[in-house]
Design a protein around this ligand. Structure first.
Ligand code: NAD
Ligand code: DO4
Length: 512
């Protein structure tokens, strides 16, 4: 856990210098938490029935307002996270593109899922009633901003965009690692709310550092769902709080993944050196602070794996150190690496360059044989940062067994050539069961925001394998179906009225 519970007001910390800067953020009071929940609840019935164009334009306005924050947003996020300019600029593009993509989804209206089974009064032995179904939003959603993506997975990120697209008011628990970035994006969303003429409770942000803030929000009876990206312990804590409520609610937590990569024999023989170098590029990107970071490599032991290791060692040895997001995250990384250094049967292959600054992660590469890996549960725990473990397997049967032993993952990757297809075929069902996204010949870092993307997977990658937190399917997390039986046309929602005034696609008796 990165966040302690200090008594002083929160101020931003530059992790590159360990210096605080900017204004103080007093911990939100119980009255402010109450006000945010009350406002969100009051806004729900108005916001959820906004017409599609108003809601889509609102999402586009948020994107425009975020862009209008200009370079100040980029500089602020850089100072608060230690992430470089190109990364933050790219992340802003992804964030705004994500909002605009959800605007298109809202306009198209397919998410309403309109279905009509017309009445069959003459049916025997029993007539059928007129049945009409649509999706409605769940209600106010609490979103936890993630430390590692201060824009794309934070205040105005994917959880917020998809919940707002669904028609849910959002209360963001801003991450204490980037309070000013969070506040700036929050102000951009507030402006867009005013432009759209929406109730203020459609969005609010509470920035704080105490556990009671997040726990209180998840427990509030007016909150109907949770979106979270962060640690396994944090996600599990919220799953528990949500399950123990008088009315349990869904928690969509994206938590822990070590993203196995399998180097298939023909690919390894053909391009061991290139694979070794590319692997280190993915491993060290952004100081390894990606939930998609390749933390486990599997390959058959032998000279080709030796070549891969040699190339990876050569690349990692010259890899520069990177400032991590917070001293707490840096400390957790160091602890994780030290734990691997102490593990029986684990060999250190390489460390990256050591810097002279604070909170700088030095990459780490280890190797272990498959028997030891399977015996020692600690070896399959996520080390958040640029640390990875190569698991040397004896044969194809052992590879299948060891993959089968893994926990749920966001991604699983096959590095393969055409000659590997038959050997890969029996692995695919295993990888499908383990991961939300299966890749060939890529690296898992760098998630596309699109219609077919799945950024999800079985526990502990997420708390609910049926969904994704990236891509347009993310909207489905915040919707539930309602069936209207024999409701008069005058009372039906527009999407289900006889003359289909919204012009949305509808399935009539199951046929679109
Ligand atoms: N899988 C990922 O994408 C990912 C991303 C970021 C961090 N992490 C992991 O999380 C660690 C800490 O980083 P972090 O601060 O970003 O994540 P975190 O889970 O500690 O915190 C995320 C948010 O949840 C809140 N929170 C966490 N536990 C809570 C609890 N028990 N009760 C109330 N609120 C709680 C925090 O206040 C924060 O707002 C990292 O070292 C890393 O291991 C994973
Ligand atoms: O840290 C989680 C998200 C990772 C991601 O979005 C990416 O790899 O692009």
């Amino acid at each position: 856990m990165a966040e302690a519970a200090p008594k002083a007001d929160l101020r931003a910390l530059n992790p590159a210098t360990n210096e605080h800067f900017g204004p103080s953020f007093p911990e939100p009071s119980a009255a402010q938490i109450e006000a945010a929940c009350a406002a969100a609840a009051a806004a729900f019935d108005i916001y959820r029935e906004t017409d599609l164009e108003t809601r889509a334009a609102f999402l586009e306005a948020i994107a425009a307002e975020i862009e209008a924050l200009g370079d100040e947003l980029i500089q602020t996020a850089m100072a608060e996270t230690g992430l470089p300019q190109a990364r933050i600029t790219g992340e802003r593009g992804r964030t705004c593109g994500q909002l605009r993509l959800f605007a298109q989804v809202v306009r198209r209206g397919d998410w309403i899922g309109a279905r009509i089974d017309p009445a069959l009064p003459e049916r025997t032995p029993l007539p059928r009633a007129d049945l009409r179904q649509r999706f409605i939003p769940l209600g106010p959603v609490v979103v936890f901003g993630a430390s590692n993506f201060p824009l794309a997975f934070s205040t105005g990120g994917g959880d917020t965009a998809s919940a707002l697209a669904a028609g849910c008011p959002v209360i963001v628990k801003g991450h204490s690692a980037h309070p000013n970035t969070g506040a700036m994006v929050g102000s951009a969303i507030d402006k867009a709310i005013k432009t759209a003429g929406l109730p203020a409770g459609v969005f609010s942000i509470l920035i704080g550092q105490q556990r009671t803030l997040g726990a209180g929000l998840v427990a509030d009876p007016r909150v109907k769902a949770v979106g979270f990206t962060g640690s396994r312990a944090g996600g599990v804590a919220f799953m528990r709080i949500a399950a123990e409520r008088r009315e349990p609610i869904p928690v969509f937590a994206e938590m822990s993944s070590i993203n196995p990569v399998v180097l298939m024999p023909a690919a390894l023989a053909a391009r061991a050196e290139a694979l070794g170098t590319a692997f280190v590029g993915s491993l060290t990107m952004g100081a390894g602070q990606f939930c998609t970071n390749p933390g486990l490599i599997f390959a058959l032991e032998g000279p080709d794996l030796d070549r891969f290791e040699a190339a990876a060692v050569a690349a990692l040895t010259v890899a520069p150190p990177h400032v991590m997001l917070t001293p707490g995250i840096f400390g957790a990384y160091e602890q994780g690496v030290n734990q691997l250094l102490d593990r029986d049967g684990v060999k250190l292959l390489a460390r990256g360059c050591v810097g002279d600054g604070v909170n700088q992660a030095v990459g780490a590469l280890f190797s272990v044989d498959a028997e030891t890996f399977q015996r020692d549960e600690v070896l399959s725990h996520e080390v958040f940062g640029s640390s990875s473990l190569i698991v040397r397997v004896k044969d194809a049967a052992q590879l299948a067994t060891v993959l089968e032993s893994l926990e749920g993952q966001l991604t699983a990757t096959l590095q393969m050539d055409p000659a590997d297809v038959e050997a890969a075929r029996p692995l695919l069902p295993i990888l499908e069961r383990k991961a939300g996204r299966v890749l060939a010949n890529g690296w898992p870092t760098g998630v596309e925001v699109s219609h077919a993307m799945v950024h999800g997977g079985p526990f502990p990658a997420t708390s609910d394998p049926r969904s994704t937190s990236v891509g347009t399917r993310a909207i489905e997390r915040f919707l539930r179906p309602v069936c209207y039986q024999d409701i008069p046309d005058a009372l039906l929602p527009a999407a289900l009225k006889a003359d289909n005034p919204l012009g949305v696609r509808r399935a009539i008796d199951g046929v679109l």
